[in-house]
Design a binder for this molecule. Structure first.
Ligand SMILES: O=C(O)CCC(=O)C(=O)O
Ligand SMILES: [Fe+2]
Length: 298
């Protein structure tokens, strides 16, 4: 074992011990302070192994670099006309076909939208999107760890009464870093359930400040409307609603606070690529999302 590996191991062990002590001290120190310290330790642990990640992909596609810069700065990046109108129309048709032909894979527990995970295994055009080289290159470099596409979600969201929007309200998918790409196949104006996020909520400093502001718990994934309002009260400009014509692509770190806003009108069709680091991919993941297990590309 070389010196650096040993140093890393000792650091990891040290952080683990501090975490244990903090959890034990729960009754003595204020809960909020403990939550902050725990988050700090988890943040250090998360990025420790990612610090040295290098990939030749950085020069693979010339657009990778500016997209990464924008992602690192704002937590998201929007690209217009990623797909043409014709491609989007075919994409919407593919989603309708999928929902009709594979009802056993249509997720019904989501109240707002109809979802099929693993759509790239059935539809040729969705498969092309899932394999896009620029997107995988951005995913790897943004995650700073070996990354693969997990699956592509095909989703159709009609305007139903009392819907909460795609994702069922404000949440983060993960803490610290999680990369997805969302492609609008239909035009999305403010009434068609646009993707919304709280700017910079993925950054460590904001994460801690927002926790204080809204009195959030340790690893709290879902937030109420009133907690979001507390975060926004002094900085309303941090709420970003991403509108776009069909073919608009949103590359986003879903460790930001985000949601698909409730849809008031029409139907929103969208595809989402879910990228995971290799350690996140296992059978349980595919089971959790009821991903189509077979390939039957048409
Ligand atoms: O599709 C959207 O607008 C957001 C969905 C979302 O946040 C999720 O499924 O985790
Ligand atoms: Fe989400």
């Amino acid at each position: 074992m070389n010196f650096n590996t040993l140093k890393k191991r000792i650091k990891k062990l040290f952080l683990k011990i501090i975490k244990k002590i903090l959890k034990l001290l729960h009754s003595i120190i204020s809960k909020n302070l403990i939550n902050e310290y725990l988050t700090k330790i988890e943040y250090i642990e998360f990025f420790m192994e990612r610090k040295d990640y290098k990939t030749s992909f950085i020069s693979f596609h010339s657009d990778t670099e500016w997209i990464l810069e924008k992602l690192n700065k704002d937590g998201y990046c929007k690209i217009k006309n990623f797909w043409s109108e014709d491609e989007c129309i075919n994409g919407m048709k593919s989603i309708d076909d999928l929902i009709r032909d594979f009802p056993e894979y249509v997720r019904s527990e989501n109240k707002s939208d109809q979802r099929v995970y693993g759509a790239e295994k059935i539809s040729r055009n969705i498969n092309d999107f899932s394999k896009n080289k620029l997107l995988i290159s951005v995913a790897k470099n943004y995650n700073r760890k070996e990354t693969k596409l997990g699956f592509t979600l095909a989703a159709k969201m009609p305007a139903k009464k009392h819907n909460k929007g795609s994702g069922e309200g404000w949440h983060r998918d993960a803490f610290f870093r999680q990369f997805k790409t969302l492609l609008y196949l239909s035009d999305v104006s403010k009434d068609n359930g646009p993707f919304e996020l709280i700017l910079n909520s993925q950054n460590y400093q904001n994460l801690i400040e927002d926790m204080r502001e809204a009195n959030l718990g340790h690893k709290q994934f879902r937030l109420t409307e009133s907690q979001i309002n507390k975060i926004l009260i002094n900085e309303p400009q941090r709420k970003k609603t991403i509108l776009g014509k069909m073919g608009t692509l949103i590359l986003v770190d879903t460790s930001t606070l985000h949601r698909g806003s409730p849809i008031k009108n029409g139907i929103r069709y969208a595809l989402t690529n879910y990228y995971y680091t290799l350690n996140q991919i296992d059978d349980a993941l595919y089971k959790k999302f009821n991903v189509i297990p077979f390939v039957k590309i048409k």
